[in-house]
Design a protein around this ligand. Structure first.
Ligand code: ACO
Length: 386
């Protein structure tokens, strides 16, 4: 049998395609969207502007940004049937399952967007606009409240907070979430974006690609680490216990969530920015509890393992201070990353090549087929489902 080349488990370091959207300098600790450093975007831009950048490959003019902002705000309303589906969801459903189901259901109302190989910036904008409404609606309904009333004058980040909490954010809260959305909007060929591109590369449609991506982000090795960081902080309780708790975990070879990264070999630049915001929002709320705990954990992990924080270390503390429930942390990630997913799907269609890697076969090849009547009784095989 011909031997394929070496197996790259997890496709680590495999360069699968060319993209203009996002560059990660893992050694230098830089993240670039379409040529612009994430630090400049986080300091000066907005999520709407970053979404424009990812979709169109250039920064908008003031009128282009105003037009996009108005368009996104106008696309926040859910079709009645999707609203009805959300009303039927069990109150204890996982929010990521709800999000995935709602996006899949929305496809039925987008016949032009769901033809094979179809995707437009319009479809990308509709999906991006509607995700906060889905989250806010489900969260309200599971708490026995009616869905949030539309507020088209609010920015994307403010609407997301309003839709989840039912109260308007103050300017600092709105800016903190806006920065978090900017930082999560894209990250090259991460697992969920790769899933979206694999789906698109079969000439499937944008809604199918985003449904694949949401299902992929759900896994705790991708989205979800920040929720576990908060559980760690609960367990530690006070900074003076960080050393003991973290060292015990490391001694048991447990991973400390929010540390390490496949690509960054230094501190993730998103963590640097979110550390500042965790402090800033904590000070505004009169509680540096999370910040102090996180700094203590950081010190121990760096000393013991030489590992640096990733984006998930401080994001959960910012979300918690903003009043976002923990089980909505990963869906909030999706609200931001959908801009990147859709930009990548549009790019995939421009230079389409079916993504289809190969596997090294490790099973037998020369077994003689035995007719079923001659196989005897299996005594060791797996039992069929009841
Ligand atoms: N805690 C403790 N040890 C760690 C951690 C961690 N968070 N991360 C890596 N290591 C150790 C590993 O145990 C391993 O040590 P060893 O060589 O002694 O066995 C070494 O560092 C290399 O680890 P790998 O798993 O090979 O590194 P990889 O690049 O595959 O892992 C990953 C990256 C999955 C993110 C890993 O660092 C991890 O599990 N981190 C915790 C989960 C997390 O924070 N995920 C969010 C990532 S960012 C995002 O997806 C948005």
């Amino acid at each position: 049998m011909p031997e394929p080349a070496d197996v790259q488990r997890g496709l680590e370091d495999v360069v699968a395609l060319e993209s203009r959207i996002c560059y990660i300098d893992g050694k230098g600790g830089r993240l670039i969207y379409d040529g612009y450093d994430i630090r400049d975007l986080a300091a000066q831009s907005t999520f709407e502007e970053v979404a424009y950048l990812l979709w169109y490959g250039r920064l908008p003019t003031a009128s282009q940004l105003a037009e996009l902002t108005t368009r996104l705000a106008g696309l926040r309303v859910l079709p009645d049937t999707v609203l009805q589906i959300l009303r039927e969801m069990p109150k204890d459903a996982l929010p990521m399952d709800v999000l995935r189901t709602a996006v899949s259901a929305l496809a039925v109302f987008e016949p032009e967007e769901t033809k094979p190989g179809a995707a437009s910036i319009g479809g990308a904008q509709r999906l991006t606009a509607v995700l906060p409404t889905i989250l806010g609606t489900f969260h309200s309904l599971r708490n026995g409240k009616e869905p949030p009333a539309p507020r088209p004058e609010l920015s994307h980040a403010s609407w997301l907070l309003r839709a989840i909490r039912g109260t308007d954010p103050d300017p600092l809260e709105a800016r903190a979430l806006d920065v978090a959305l900017i930082l999560h909007a894209d990250h090259e060929l991460n697992a969920s974006t790769f899933a979206a591109r694999v789906t698109a590369s079969t000439l499937s449609d944008l809604y199918s690609a985003v449904t694949s991506a949401i299902g992929t982000l759900k896994g705790p090795l991708h989205g979800g680490a920040n929720e576990r960081v908060m559980e760690l902080l609960d367990e530690i309780g006070s900074p003076d216990r960080a050393e003991e708790v973290v060292r015990a975990k490391l001694a048991r070879h447990e991973r400390i969530m929010g540390f390490g990264h496949r690509v960054y070999k230094v501190e993730d630049p998103r963590a640097t920015i979110l550390r500042d915001w965790s402090k800033k929002v904590g000070e505004a709320k009169g509680s540096l509890r999370y910040f102090d705990l996180l700094r203590a954990v950081e010190g121990v992990v760096h000393r013991e393992k030489g590992l640096y924080p990733n984006v998930d270390l401080y994001s959960g503390s910012v979300y918690a201070l903003l009043g976002i429930p923990r089980d909505l942390f990963t869906p909030v990630f999706a609200v931001s990353r959908v801009a990147g997913w859709t930009a990548h799907v549009l790019e995939e269609y421009e230079d389409l090549r079916l993504i289809r890697p190969t596997a090294r076969y490790v099973g037998p090849v020369d077994l003689a087929y035995v007719p079923i009547a001659d196989r005897g009784v299996a005594i060791d095989g797996p039992k069929p489902p009841a």
